[in-house]
Design a protein around this ligand. Structure first.
Ligand code: CMP
Length: 140
């Protein structure tokens, strides 16, 4: 099915100047960028966005990393977009990410891991709505 997923290029990858290289991975895999914006998240926004992780030991470090610099946020649309994006990203820990994946090529650590991608249809819907009210998604 045609799906939408939320993708974030994290502060480490923005600082490395590889937004375009990562966008090329999405487009070359047949995913269409139907919304995008750059933002420097507030602590509040980052805590809300990662609310499902609030009891995890890495929550504080995750939030402080995500607000350490600007991020590029986009909605990707296409056939099986959620799984396709996760394949393109590779494993959360770049040391475990398969060769040729975004994290293997651009990430340094499990925190500075270059990209975020929604993990399921339910979370994708919530995450897309969190950053992009409906009329800011361009479906054509
Ligand atoms: P992300 O897909 O953005 O979702 C939560 C983030 O927490 C994850 O990527 C990692 O960058 C970060 N993180 C740090 N430590 C861990 C861990 N042990 N397990 C999962 N995620 C972690």
């Amino acid at each position: 099915a045609i799906e939408r997923t939320l993708s974030i290029i994290k502060p480490d990858a923005v600082a490395k100047n590889v937004i375009g290289k990562i966008y090329d991975r999405f487009e070359s895999a047949g995913l269409k960028i139907v919304a995008s914006r750059m933002a420097h998240l507030s602590q509040n926004e980052a805590e809300q966005f990662y609310g499902v992780h609030k009891d995890r030991p890495f929550f504080k470090d995750l939030v402080s990393f995500m607000i350490s610099g600007p991020v590029m946020i986009q909605v990707l649309q296409g056939e099986g977009a959620i799984a396709k994006n996760r394949d393109l990203m590779g494993a959360t820990d770049p040391k475990k990410a398969e060769k040729g994946t975004i994290r293997a090529d651009f990430a340094d650590s499990i925190d500075a891991n270059a990209v975020h991608g929604s993990d399921a249809p339910e979370t994708a819907a919530v995450e897309v709505a969190f950053f992009f009210p409906g009329m800011n998604v361009f479906n054509r």
